[in-house]
Write a protein that binds this ligand. Structure first.
Ligand SMILES: Cc1ncc(COP(=O)(O)O)c(C=O)c1O
Length: 396
C-alpha cells in the first residue's frame, strides 16, 4: 500500500497548534500578527494524515456512538506489548503498562512520586524544553549535565557529571532517542548511564517517545533491553503519539517493570485520577496492531526529507546540520555564521518566514541553535529550504 505524504493538508484551521499558534509562540512576532505565509517548523507534529487503520478505529468509536469513560485496558496493553516485542525486541508483561494523559503528565507524575521539592533532577542538555518547565513548576532543582559534541554528535560526560553532583540528585532523565539532536544512544552508553544511576542511587527515567522514528534499518535500543540491570530503578515513558502522529490523543505509556516502583507511581497517579482518553486508547491500539506498513513508509519519507535538508542547508557556509538517526527534529547550529542569535532568528522568522524552535529553550548549549521540524510534505520542505537559502544568501 502506498501513502500520500506529498499533498499538503489544510492545517491553518482545525485547532492545529503547530499551524495556528505561531504568532503566540515566536518571540519575534506579536500574537495578532498575520502568520498566513509562515511555515511552522516548531511543534513536534507531522503534517501528515494519520494511518488509515488509526482513522478507521476512531470511526468505529464514533459509529458505536458510546463515548463514556474508558474501561478494560488489557487489549490495548496486549497491543503495546506486541509492538514493543515485534518492533524493538523488548518483551514487556502487558500487566506492568500504565497510562497517562500524555507523556509529559506521566513524567510529572513520576517526578511527584519519587522526588521531593528541592530535590535535583539530572538532564543532559540541550534537551526537550518541557522537562525544564515541568521541573521548575514542581519546585525541583535542575542539574544540567552538558552534552559534549564529538565528531558532530552528542555524547554524555558521566565523569564530569559525577564530579559535579551535589548530593541532592534523586533522578536522571535519559531522552532516548535524543530530542533535539536525533541521536540514538548505543547499548554501551545506556549501560554506562544505568551503572551511573546504580552508583549514585538515582531513579532512571527513560523518555522513549521517539522510539518509532528511527530511520530505516536503524534499530532502536530500549533502555530495558540494553541495560536490564537497570530494571529495579527504571521508569520508561513512551507512546504511539510521535511515531504515528497522534499526539492529540494525549495518551502516554508508563512502563515500570519493578513492582515496588510501580506501586509508588500508582499512588502518585491516583492523586490526579482519571481514566484513559478513549480516543487516544483506540488510536494507540490500532497503531500498534496494524500500523507497521505506515510506520515503515513514514520513516522512509522522513529519512529522505532529512537527506534533502542536510544536503542543502548543511551546504550553507557557517551552518551546521547535526547528523541524526531518529526523529524529524533537525538541530542546526548557526554559531559559525558569526551572527548574533537575534539576527539569525529575525532572518529565519521574518525574512525566510519559517518558524523553528529557538535553541535557548533546550538549556545550556542550545543558545546558537534552532530546532527545525522537517516532517512536512516534500514540496513544502523544499519551499522552506529555498526561503532559508535566500535569507542567508550573503553568507560566505
Ligand atoms: C522527549 C519528549 N517527551 C515528551 C513529549 C510530549 O509528550 P506528550 O505530548 O505526550 O505529553 C515530547 C514532544 O515532543 C518529546 O519530544
Amino acid at each position: 500500500m502506498s501513502f500520500d505524504f506529498d499533498t499538503p493538508l489544510e492545517l491553518r484551521a482545525g485547532h492545529c497548534q503547530k499551524w495556528q499558534g505561531i504568532g503566540n509562540a515566536m518571540a519575534e512576532l506579536s500574537a495578532d500578527e498575520d502568520c498566513s505565509n509562515i511555515l511552522p517548523m516548531w511543534v513536534a507534529d507531522m503534517d501528515f494524515a494519520a494511518a488509515p487503520p488509526i482513522r478507521a478505529a476512531l470511526q468505529a468509536e464514533i459509529d458505536r456512538g458510546y463515548l463514556g469513560y474508558f474501561g478494560v485496558t488489557a487489549p490495548v496493553s496486549e497491543a503495546v506489548s506486541g509492538w514493543l516485542s515485534r518492533r524493538h525486541g523488548w518483551a514487556v508483561d502487558p500487566g506492568v503498562i500504565r497510562y497517562s494523559h500524555g507523556v509529559v503528565a506521566g513524567f510529572a507524575t513520576t517526578i511527584a512520586a519519587f522526588t521531593e521539592q528541592g530535590d535535583s533532577v539530572i538532564l543532559f542538555t540541550p534537551v526537550y524544553h518541557t522537562f525544564f518547565s515541568k521541573l521548575r513548576a514542581m519546585g525541583r532543582e535542575i542539574h544540567e549535565s552538558p552534552l559534549l559534541r564529538r565528531e558532530g554528535r552528542y555524547e554524555m560526560d558521566l565523569d564530569a557529571l559525577a564530579a559535579a553532583l551535589t548530593g541532592r540528585e534523586k533522578a536522571l532523565v535519559l531522552c532516548s532517542p535524543h530530542n533535539p539532536g536525533g541521536r540514538l544512544w548505543a547499548p554501551d552508553e545506556i549501560r554506562a548511564v544505568a551503572a551511573f544511576c546504580e552508583a549514585h542511587d538515582l531513579l532512571l527515567i527513560s523518555d522513549e517517545i521517539h522510539m518509532d522514528l528511527t530511520f530505516p534499518d536503524i534499530p532502536f535500543h530500549p533502555t530495558a533491553t540494553a541495560a536490564p540491570e537497570a530494571l529495579p530503578r527504571l521508569v520508561v515513558l513512551t507512546a504511539a503519539s510521535k511515531g504515528f502522529n497522534i499526539a492529540g490523543g494525549e495518551t502516554g505509556l508508563v512502563i515500570i517493570p519493578d513492582e515496588n516502583l510501580r506501586t509508588r507511581y500508582e499512588a502518585s497517579a491516583r492523586v490526579m485520577g482519571g481514566t484513559p482518553n478513549r480516543f487516544g486508547m483506540a488510536m494507540t491500539k490500532a497503531a500498534f496492531t496494524d500500523g507497521d506498513e505506515w510506520s515503515a513508509a513514514v520513516r522512509a519519507y522522513l529519512a529522505e526529507n532529512f537527506r534533502l535538508w542536510q544536503h542543502r542547508i548543511g551546504a550553507l557556509p557557517g551552518i551546521e546540520v547535526m547528523a541524526m538517526q531518529a526523529t524529524y527534529l533537525s538541530w542546526v547550529n548557526f554559531e559559525n555564521t558569526g551572527m548574533a542569535v537575534e539576527e539569525v532568528r529575525s532572518r529565519l522568522v521574518r525574512t525566510a518566514e519559517v518558524a523553528p524552535s529557538a535553541g535557548h529553550a533546550f538549556g545550556s548549549g542550545g543558545e546558537c541553535w534552532n530546532r527545525f521540524n522537517i516532517a512536512m510534505p516534500r514540496p513544502l520542505l523544499e519551499e522552506a529550504i529555498t526561503r532559508i537559502e535566500g535569507a542567508f544568501s550573503d553568507l560566505q
